[in-house]
Design a protein. Structure first.
Length: 458
């Protein structure tokens, strides 16, 4: 429903200096005017858009609830495209509760999750890809992720989608014209249609590749630190997270379970995981820890395999190495500050001919920057070359692009071998899927499901 008024707390719950209660819908300005006493005798209904007014929010009996600052945004120049009021009250739990209850008592409905952004979409203020970018902004874990989400909100991918849509509409029109007006238009220009469709596929693939890179900044990366006991895994975790997260002792088997923390490496959100030292043991608890370590290594995006330069490459190291996918490993030869070294350059070249190897010291903080650069390099170059384009595409958008691409490929494959009406089906199908990206052809239940993931108040 777009003909009712909604309200929600737009700031996180809990104590704070200020909390913002947001209202949207036709009539919210008049409603708030009736329960607001300004310091200066100017009514909210007389205020222009983008104005702030200081005063008191009143209860139903006219008693003061809290001193508030009321912001007015008039349609269509607001976030939702409707009249919007934002009540800036004090951020104490009681003050927020009473201000919100006053709005509800006055006849405003509590907003559903994401309903403000949903209204912005339904009122034409945002297309669906821009609306979905809002949740990426809220959930961004790094500055890079925030930057990409903001670019998406500004319509970074829109001109690519418009070009794809224009080309598909052109092909669809050519097919329809050849079917409906063969005498006037003539037969389909297959060469022109194929050129347009080749361009469409190239653009879709470019979007998919850029979106796959952007996934790294949204979802983050799971990096597992592994190795035999006492090679410096827990010390490395503590160094990377800049706090004493893991217990460090000289006793083998200190770490029994997986310890994890999110960190920021070169703009990439990384879940760094310290694991139990992998070795043969009779300790039941340690055996469980070793099994969990092996499972973490299998599911990791990257593995940092730590060696002890003082003990050399042992049978335990070899056993661990055999369990790691060599395509996703970085080797850290630790304790380079020791005078006696039992792993030399010849050993490194022989054991790891095609693997990134870093020689450093966790204790002396040597090699940390090189390790971070290696992680970034492996992430960026692992699947795709960088063509300079970076965008955010969520799972829904990637799935739709893939289905659109398949329709276009079927259309190309059927050229000259399939009837025009069959070609028209594929052309229309591709356009329908493309419309799901912008929201032009989405069903109401799909729209509801998308915005259900948003927080209340946004």
């Amino acid at each position: 429903m777009l003909d009712d008024m909604i309200v929600a707390l737009a700031t996180p719950p809990g104590e704070s200096g200020i909390a913002i209660i947001r209202l949207s819908g036709d009539g919210v300005i008049e409603l708030c005017d009736g329960m607001f006493l300004p310091r200066r005798r100017t009514r909210l209904t007389e205020k222009k858009g983008f104005s702030l007014t200081l005063g008191w929010l009143l209860d139903a009996h006219g008693d003061k609830i809290d001193e508030v600052l009321v912001g007015i945004m008039r349609k269509p120049n607001s976030y939702t495209g409707e009249d919007v009021v934002e009540i800036n009250c004090h951020g104490g739990r009681v003050a927020v509760k009473k201000c919100l209850e006053r709005c509800l008592e006055a006849g405003v409905r509590l907003a559903e999750p994401g309903e403000f952004t949903k209204r912005a979409f339904l009122n034409g203020r945002l297309d669906l890809s821009q609306a979905e970018a809002v949740i990426d902004i809220i959930r961004a874990k790094t500055e890079k992720g925030l930057k990409l989400a903001l670019e998406q909100l500004e319509g970074q991918s829109l001109h690519f989608l418009r070009e794809i849509e224009d080309n598909l509409i052109r092909v669809n029109a050519m097919i329809e014209a050849s079917m409906d007006f063969p005498d006037e238009v003539g037969s389909l220009d297959y060469r022109e249609a194929e050129e347009l469709l080749d361009r469409v596929i190239a653009l879709i693939e470019k979007l998919q590749a850029a979106g796959k890179r952007g996934d790294i900044y949204r979802e983050g990366l799971k990096v597992v630190i592994c190795g035999k006991p006492n090679v410096g895994k827990s010390s490395l975790l503590n160094l990377l997270v800049r706090k004493e997260k893991a217990i460090v002792t000289d006793i083998p088997g200190t770490t029994r379970d997986i310890i994890e923390e999110f960190i920021n490496i070169k703009g990439i959100p990384v879940k760094i995981m310290d694991t139990a030292g992998i070795r043969e043991t009779q300790d039941i608890v340690e055996q469980i820890g070793v099994k969990r370590s092996q499972q973490a290594m299998e599911s990791a995006d990257l593995v940092i395999f730590v060696l002890d330069v003082g003990s050399g490459m042992t049978d335990d190291d070899v056993k661990v190495l055999r369990q790691i996918d060599q395509g996703k490993v970085i080797v850290l030869v630790n304790k380079e500050d020791l005078l006696e070294k039992r792993i030399d350059d010849a050993d490194i070249k022989r054991l790891f001919p095609h693997t990134k190897v870093i020689r450093g010291s966790v204790k002396e903080e040597i090699g940390l920057e090189e390790l971070e650069e290696a992680i970034e390099e492996m992430v960026i170059n692992r699947d795709l070359s960088d063509d300079g384009m970076e965008i955010m595409l969520n799972q829904r958008q990637q799935h739709i692009l893939e289905k659109c691409r398949r329709h276009v490929e079927d259309l190309l494959a059927g050229m000259k071998a399939t009837s025009l009406d069959c070609l028209g089906v594929d052309a229309y199908g591709a356009l329908e899927f493309l419309g799901e990206l912008s929201g032009k052809s989405l069903k109401e239940e799909v729209i509801d499901r998308i915005f259900h993931d948003f927080c209340i108040g946004k």
